[in-house]
Design a protein around this ligand. Structure first.
Ligand code: GCO
Length: 255
């Protein structure tokens, strides 16, 4: 049974993995046996995250690049081609949040959120899938969605549009890539204790809303997403495609 979830011999790229959910997923996949490539926009924070996991004996490497920059993404994959490093598992986790009512939102801020949270998933997955198809190796693509992939919250309109797009882009990926034994799925985190959400946790009213809106009565922790990520990265999900698995304490299951 354990072989079913064993990622030994696989290489995983986790975008936006120097902290928070991405870092937890990188650590979890490495613990499950994968060699993991960490990513962020800054070399110093990527190196620090790599050092932290390597100190625990995990097989990790890092590369700093902007996932919204098509050229930088192409250069990263070209370098891995030269190094004979093949991405078998891609977790499109990179994302930002920008909270402002739509009527006040600058187009530049809208575009930045869409580029980082949605377009980057296309850019990076395209490079990865091209190689998976050419190698005839199959592969795993896991996009990070959200509660806002299913429902909207006021003041996070760009994020909601992007995460709704992630839900449907995941289905589009499975429509085109399942025939090549590439399983594309998504994980929808609930409200998770991360730096991005710190302002919300510290807001007593919002904190109470989160706790009263899901039957678990609490915020989730980044490492509570690891099991689903390992499942979707492993042979255990070889016939699962185009799905979004919500890890939300039951939020979306109840009235
Ligand atoms: C917000 C939060 C949300 C959560 C998450 C919920 O401002 O509402 O940042 O976006 O982080 O996406 O699934």
């Amino acid at each position: 049974m354990s072989r079913l979830f064993d990622l030994t011999g696989r290489t995983a790229l986790v975008t936006g993995s120097v902290r928070g959910i991405g870092f937890a997923l990188a650590e979890g996949l490495a613990t499950a046996g994968a060699e993991v490539i960490l990513n962020g926009t800054r070399e110093d924070t990527v190196n620090a995250a790599v050092a932290k996991l390597a100190a625990n004996g995990l097989r990790v490497r890092g590369r700093a690049f902007d996932v919204t920059d098509e050229r930088a993404v192409g250069e990263a994959f070209a370098q891995w081609d030269r190094d004979n490093v093949h991405v078998d598992i891609l977790i499109n986790n990179a994302g930002i949040q920008f909270r402002k009512p739509l009527v006040e939102l600058e187009l530049s801020d809208w575009q930045r959120v869409i580029d980082t949270n949605l377009t980057s998933a296309f850019i990076v997955a395209k490079e990865a899938a091209q190689r998976m198809i050419a190698r005839r190796s199959g592969g795993k693509i896991i996009n990070i969605g959200s509660l806002t992939s299913e429902g909207a919250r006021a003041t996070v309109g760009a994020y909601t549009a992007a995460k709704g797009g992630i839900r449907m882009l995941t289905r589009a990926m499975s429509a085109e890539w399942a025939a090549f034994d590439i399983q594309a799925n998504a994980i929808g985190p609930g409200y998770i204790l991360t730096d991005m959400n710190a302002p919300l946790v510290e807001n007593a009213e919002f904190d109470a809303w989160v706790k009263s809106s899901n039957p678990s009565g609490r915020w989730g922790k980044p490492d509570e997403l690891v099991g689903t990520a390992v499942y979707l990265s492993s042979a255990a999900s070889s016939y699962v495609n185009g799905q979004i698995i919500h890890v939300d304490g039951g939020w979306l299951a109840v009235l």
